[in-house]
Structures are given as C-alpha cells and as structure tokens.
Design a protein around this ligand. Structure first.
Ligand SMILES: Cc1cc2nc3c(=O)[nH]c(=O)nc-3n(C[C@H](O)[C@H](O)[C@H](O)COP(=O)(O)OP(=O)(O)OC[C@H]3O[C@@H](n4cnc5c(N)ncnc54)[C@H](O)[C@@H]3O)c2cc1C
Length: 450
C-alpha cells in the first residue's frame, strides 16, 4: 500500500469540505479531498438546489390557484411530473464537473472513494494511505434510521427527487423540514399527503405560532397533519403500503403509494472507523471543542452536517468549513456563532426564521417586546392575494436589538435576511423602522411590522 503525506486531508466534498479548502489553499497547504459520491455533496446534487426546482413548480401552481383574483381565467393545471424531474436533473447535471474544475484550479487533489481512519493522523482510501497534519470530517448526514418494523419500505428525499411518477398518496413519517417542503409540492401537484409527527408540534425547533400558521395553510391545501402520533409498523399490501399508528389512544391504519422517512437526518460518521482515528464519539456524535476539533484527537476537525451541534443547513456547513480552515492555518482561534443565521422552510408559502423563538426568549427570562402581525388584509398582501401573511418580531426591551424574527408568507424567505443582517451587525429595531425602503415592496411593510 502506497503512503503519501498532505498538510490537510478532507473527508467529504460537500459544502463543508469545500469551505475548508479556501483558507488552507490560500495559505499554500497541500490538500487532498476524498469524495465517495458526487462533488458538491447533498445540497447541489440531492438537496437544496434540485428541491428548489420542485418548489418553484409548486409556486407556479399556487399563482395559478389565485389567478382568478386578477381576473385571469385558466383551466385546471396539469403538471407533467416526469418532465419536471427531468428539468430538475438537467439544471444540476453540470455541478459536480464544475466543482471538479474549481477544485483543480485551487490545486486540491480530489480522490474518489470511501475514506476510513487507519490511525490518529492517517486515512485509508482504496489502496492509498494518506498521512496528514490535519484531518477534516465533512461527511454530511443521512436519514435518521427509524426503529419501526417495516422501516425498510420507506423512501427518502433522494428517491423523491428521482421518481418520475407522481404518487397518488404519500405518508410522511416525521413532520420535519423535508416532509413539509415535499408535502407542499406533492399536495399542490394533486397527490394526497399525510404527515404523521410524534411530537405535539410539526417543526419542533420553530416558533409555535409560526408553525400553527403553516399547519393551517398546509391543511387548507389538503395536507392531513396528525401530531402526537406513534407509528407502530409499515407493511406492504396490494402493491401499496399500510402504516399502522396510534393517535389519541386509538389505533389507525392508512394506505399510500409511498411512505417517506421524514424524521430528520443524523451525522454520517458511523462507517469512518473513528476508533482507529482516536476520535471519541457518543451515539453517533463526534465530541468537539468550541473550535470544532475532536476532544480526543485535536488533529481531527469536524464541520457541516457531520457536526451534531448546529442546524443542518448548507450555508452553515460552508461557514463551519471556513472556520475549520482558518483554525488549521492560524491555530485554534475561531469558533462559530449561530445567533443570526437565517433559515427557511420552503413550503409554498415559506416559513422563515432567524434568532430566538418567543418560547426560547421566555425560557431565557429576557425582557422582550413581541410584535405579531397577521398581515393578510394589508394592502401588499391583498394585492397578491396572499393566502397567509404573518410575522412575529422579538425585540430586546433594554437594548432595542432584534432577538428573533419569524415569517409565514409575505416574501418572508427574502425579508428574513434583513433581520439576520440587523442581528449580526447590531442594527436596532428603531433603525430598521427608520430606514427608507423602496415602495411598494414587502420589505417596506417592515415599518408597520415593528
Ligand atoms: C432534501 C434536502 C433538502 C435540503 N434543502 C436545504 C435548503 O433548502 N437549504 C439549506 O440550507 N440546506 C438544505 N439541506 C441541507 C444541506 O443539503 C446540508 O446542510 C449540506 O449539504 C451539508 O453539507 P456537508 O458538506 O456537511 O455535507 P454533504 O453535502 O452531505 O457532503 C458530504 C459528502 O461526504 C461524502 N462522504 C461521506 N462519507 C464519506 C467517506 N467516508 N469517504 C468519502 N466521502 C464521504 C458524501 O458522499 C458527501 O458528498 C437539504 C438537505 C436535503 C437532504
């Protein structure tokens, strides 16, 4: 077996791994990146980007639904699902090759294969043994395995992004982001959608009032939402699948063409042979210090979805990769700050959020002012016939700083970035209100939201 040495070996060529390459290559370090699948990882190949192509079709259907408001007559829309999937695949097909060129331009040696630790500073891939001063785990995440009899019948987002036929009925087990996003597209395309969530609330990390707004809108478009559900088993029946679950003390059975694992994702680190790398882990989670280094082996750094302490989002993966890269170059100086990271659930319309929920602010016993607005009868919302337009902005009473913002509809997925920017750079609620915005825009409504 040949042995080679590098300054940095990165396992995983997704957002996080690519994020590491910037600082370390600028510092002239030698870098190998090992990727077992497609360069770019989940977000551009099997996540954010292809999903948004389907969400965009959902938006178009939502616009058509409201065309009559503008006195436009349209017939019943018919979505060619196979052609939509082809469009999605076509839009992303060049991404891995473009990234390969970009990595070559950066002088990063990309090695195809599945990497495992062979020692505290050694990684093995195929018949190559790579020694490194620093090893980065940027291996992403995978669907959470569910201990339900028949769980093997469930599909994941990978299949939903590839199946060229629209199912008649779909059941999502778990009411997280993926279930809501795909559920909205499927429902708008005409499929029957049921979401079964174990906890009392869908999207448990999100503001409860925002989720209530989204649940109402989801039900309005025909999605059945059941919370507090315990799924007992999944079984094949007449070329379909039956899900048996208990809800409010009674046992129920529902049939569908597809059952989707929508129970979130877990760090993808179980096949890395972490023990050989002296990398401590508990329940599939690598333990890290505040500089994202393994607590047991400081040569090993973790970033992106493989890191169990932060939201699994693509800009966060890139951000953490950059922090790891800078710590490798400058020593352990940098730590992440997740306080002002905006996020969106791309339902149609979207739920967008940044910072604290009202419950979290109350739990921290902060003195807050909460501005909640149902905006659906505001002029802007009426102009576009918005079906839901809602916001909640949480302001610190003492400092006037924004602590959190939450939207459903009303271009919230764009407006949320204004609040993220304000939170990051300490722009106060009064300053945001005082700004002059282009009019008429949804952003100009911020003045009335506060
Ligand atoms: C359906 C879906 C939709 C999403 N939508 C959004 C969205 O709208 N917005 C958003 O911000 N985020 C979204 N996400 C999350 C986002 O995709 C992830 O947060 C992001 O891709 C994480 O980047 P990463 O680099 O940590 O991991 P990944 O992108 O998963 O990259 C990890 C890479 O490591 C490789 N790998 C794993 N193990 C090994 C090994 N042992 N050896 C070699 N290679 C290995 C994998 O092949 C993979 O390419 C979505 C995710 C999914 C699944």
């Amino acid at each position: 077996m040949s042995s080679e040495t590098f300054d940095v070996v990165i396992i995983g060529g997704g957002n996080a791994g690519i994020g590491v390459t910037g600082p370390v290559r600028r510092a002239g370090m030698s870098v190998a990146m090992i990727e077992s699948h497609d360069l770019g990882g989940t977000c551009p190949n099997r996540g954010c980007t292809p999903k948004k192509v389907l969400v965009a079709a959902g938006h178009a259907l939502h616009e058509i639904e409201r065309a009559a408001v503008h006195h436009i007559s349209v017939g019943k829309p018919r979505l060619d699902w196979a052609a939509l999937i082809d469009r999605e695949k076509d839009l992303i097909k060049d991404i891995p090759a473009n990234l390969a060129r970009s990595m070559a331009h950066r002088n990063v040696e990309v090695i195809k294969g599945h990497a495992v630790f062979a020692g505290p500073n050694t990684v093995r891939v195929g018949d190559r043994q790579l020694e490194a001063k620093h090893i980065v785990i940027a291996t992403g995440s995978k669907p959470r395995p569910l201990p339900i009899p028949g769980a093997e019948h469930m599909i994941t987002s990978d299949e939903m992004l590839s199946e060229r036929s629209l199912p008649g009925a779909v059941i999502f087990v778990g009411g997280g982001v993926i279930s809501l996003e795909f559920g909205h597209v499927y429902a708008r395309a005409g499929a029957g959608v049921t979401i079964l969530e174990a906890l009392p609330q869908l999207l448990p990390a999100m503001d409860a009032d925002a989720v209530a707004q989204l649940s109402t809108e989801s039900e309005r478009i025909g999605i059945q939402v059941k919370t507090g559900v315990s799924v007992k088993r999944i079984e094949p029946v007449n070329h379909r699948l039956r899900v048996i679950f208990t809800h409010q003390g009674a046992e129920h059975a529902l049939e569908a063409d597809r059952v989707v694992n929508g129970a979130g994702r877990v760090a993808n680190v179980d096949t890395l042979n972490l023990a050989a790398g002296s990398v401590d882990h508990a329940n599939g989670r690598v333990t890290v210090d505040r500089h994202l280094r393994s607590t047991s082996n400081p040569l090993v750094h973790v970033c992106g979805d493989a890191l169990p302490i932060s939201p699994q989002l693509s800009p966060i993966a890139t951000y953490e990769g950059d922090i790891v890269g800078r710590n490798i170059v400058e020593g352990p100086k940098h730590s992440p700050d997740y306080g002002s990271m905006a996020t969106s659930v791309y339902t149609v319309p979207a739920l967008a959020a940044v910072g604290l929920t009202e419950a979290a602010a109350n739990q921290e016993r902060l003195a807050i002012k909460v501005h909640t607005n149902d905006m659906h009868d505001w002029f802007s919302a009426r102009t576009y016939a918005e079906t839901v337009a809602w916001s909640k902005i949480i302001v610190d009473q003492a400092t006037d700083r924004i602590l959190g913002a939450h939207f459903v509809g009303h271009a919230g997925q764009e407006l949320i970035n204004v609040f993220g920017l304000a939170m990051r750079f300490g722009i106060t609620a009064s300053q945001i209100k005082d700004n002059v915005y282009a009019y008429p825009t949804f952003t100009s409504d911020i003045k009335h939201m506060l």
